[in-house]
Write a protein that binds this ligand. Structure first.
Ligand SMILES: C[S@@+](CC[C@H](N)C(=O)[O-])C[C@H]1O[C@@H](n2cnc3c(N)ncnc32)[C@H](O)[C@@H]1O
Length: 271
């Protein structure tokens, strides 16, 4: 195993590619190992434009955060936040509204270590090492209680994270548990892999992650992903392929958006 690390960090399984490090490799980051790059090569053989898809997803995250700041949101919980890269949530939010507060949550030791190092010295942002499948633990964690005021609207970000939650783990119940902990007027942003128009691609990637990565991938239909927004009103343009969500410029929209097999949407809690 090679990479920027002299030895394998504590908590890292050297025999499995990590979903956080594969994504870091997709985005051109350096916090990944041979085993992750080999998994990415296999992913690229299935979908040659997966790196463009990752960049489009990251761009959606930036647009969603700026949109939410425009709506007056000043506090964010970023679930499955990943290894820091360009355009991290606190950077985007604080550039638009200084003092915006962000709690990142991830259970990958490399993501947590790099987030902690990046955030040292920022009193308005913190990282929580936790499993998002335990919403009560997340919502009651000291980092969350310190930075998030539950009397004011909160934005919960679930960006390319829920397809790592299997049907058996009940992603709809999981999102509902977070929703029920938020005041009315709070927000939810989701992007999620879909098998709607690319079932063969989604199935092949599902098999790849099941056999080689730290978490399996479960792609879902448009309706299945839309149902995650129960209790939230989707803002325009609704749940759409990721490049189509409020693009900054018409030129940013590719000729065939369905080749970007991730749906994206933002909703506001309605009661
Ligand atoms: C594909 S990355 C997405 C990063 C970022 N949200 C983005 O879209 O740019 C998914 C992240 O979710 C994290 N993750 C997966 N399952 C998780 C779980 N059960 N609890 C916490 N984090 C999890 C992974 O470690 C990884 O960092």
């Amino acid at each position: 195993m090679a990479g920027e690390f002299g030895s394998v960090p504590e908590g890292v399984d050297p025999n499995r590619a990590s979903v956080a490090r594969i994504y870091d490799a997709m985005l051109g980051g350096r916090h990944n190992f041979d085993i992750d790059r080999e998994a990415l090569a296999a992913f690229t053989a299935i979908d040659p434009q997966v790196r463009a898809l990752a960049r489009a997803n990251r761009a959606f995250l930036g647009r969603a955060v700026r949109f939410l700041v425009d709506q007056g949101v000043r506090q964010f919980i970023d679930l499955g936040s990943g290894i820091p890269t360009q355009g991290n949530v606190h950077e985007v939010a604080q550039a638009a509204a200084p003092g915006s507060r962000v709690v990142y949550v991830d259970n990958d030791p490399v993501a947590v270590a790099h987030s902690a190092s990046l955030l040292a010295g920022d009193p308005n942002a913190d990282i929580l090492s936790a499993d998002i499948r335990r919403p009560a633990d997340v919502l009651n964690a000291p980092q969350v209680r310190r930075l998030i005021d539950f009397d004011e609207p909160v934005a919960v970000l679930m960006i390319t994270i829920l397809h790592f939650i299997t049907h058996e783990e009940d992603p709809h119940g999981l999102v509902a548990a977070y929703r029920d902990g938020l005041p009315a007027g709070s927000w939810l942003a989701i992007s999620h892999a879909t098998d709607q128009d690319r079932p063969d691609t989604a199935a092949a990637v599902g098999h790849l992650y099941r056999s080689r990565a730290t978490s399996p991938v479960t792609a879902r239909s448009h309706d299945g992903i839309a149902a995650l927004f129960t209790g939230f009103d989707l803002v325009d343009p609704g749940l759409v392929y990721v490049p189509l969500w409020r693009p900054d410029a018409a030129d940013d929209v590719p000729a065939n958006p369905s080749e970007y097999w991730v749906y994206a949407g933002v909703g506001r809690k309605n009661a």
